[in-house]
Design a protein around this ligand. Structure first.
Ligand SMILES: *Cc1c(COP(=O)(O)O)cnc(C)c1O
Length: 245
């Protein structure tokens, strides 16, 4: 059952994003909202879509494979969960309008995605697949992602040099839940962006060269203030998740 307030929630989040974006010091105003719909029924996604929002994020390969075909194909899907590299093909093949994989964390996965895009060219809405490198800025063992430092540069270079079907558009991280005491996770991602831009010769307009995907329901306004250009908001739009089913 669709929750009547879902459309209103997305409008509220969008206006909070507009305010937060206009208040930050940097010049680039736009921040993308990825409505993270994991565990939520397609009816609820449909309501958000009908309200005019077309960017959705999912975490589980099986789930996006079930949902995407039931929804309009002008949706831009972001994949924001961990991907085992042997699932890369199924993901790319099953979701022709897959726009971004935000969670690339190994050369092996990048290679598998690259091959899959190559093989699925005829199906895909867009030729290249946009990707982000996931960085484990908090160092928590429970989190996926590449450790900050040379590994990030290394993977970014690998994507640029060896994965012609992928386009590196940014870096992504999942901050610690208690943002207020841990803003350094977001600062860290920003530092990593500078490191990658410098190492790859992407220029000094870091914001334009690479995006930062950081910020979720509890901390997206803070993340925007710190330079996020892509926030991933789930429960504030769709309500709390129930994992019991
Ligand atoms: C679930 C999830 C989100 C959304 O989290 P909320 O706190 O519900 O907004 C964002 N990013 C990732 C990677 C997630 O897995």
């Amino acid at each position: 059952m669709a929750t009547p307030s879902t459309a209103k929630n997305v409008a509220d989040v969008l206006s909070r994003i507009t305010v937060a974006s206009s208040q930050r010091a940097s010049t680039s105003a736009a921040t993308r909202l990825v409505a993270v719909s994991k565990t939520k029924p397609v009816e609820q996604l449909r309501e958000v879509y009908d309200a005019g929002h077309k960017i959705f994020g999912e975490n589980y390969v099986q789930e996006i494979l079930e949902k995407a075909p039931k929804l309009p194909n002008d949706i831009s899907w972001h994949f924001v969960g961990h991907i085992q590299s042997n699932k890369a093909k199924a993901l790319v093949q099953g979701v022709p309008n897959l726009k971004v994989v935000e969670t690339v964390d190994s050369k092996k996965l990048a290679d598998k995605l690259n091959v899959a895009v190559e093989q699925c060219k005829a199906l895909r809405e867009e030729r290249l697949l946009d990707v982000m490198v996931q960085v484990n800025t908090s160092g928590e063992e429970s989190k996926y992602g590449v450790a900050p430092g040379e590994n990030v540069v290394d993977l970014a270079k690998h994507i640029r040099d060896n994965c012609k079907e992928l386009k590196l558009i940014g870096l992504m991280t999942i901050g610690m839940p208690d943002y207020t005491s841990k803003p350094e996770n977001f600062d860290r991602l920003k530092e990593e962006r500078k490191r990658v831009c410098d190492a790859l010769g992407l220029g000094e307009d870091y914001e334009r060269a690479l995006e930062l995907s950081m910020g979720m329901s509890g901390d997206f306004e803070n993340a925007i203030a710190m330079g996020s250009t892509n926030v991933r908001v789930g429960s504030t739009i769709f309500g709390a998740r129930d994992y019991s089913k």
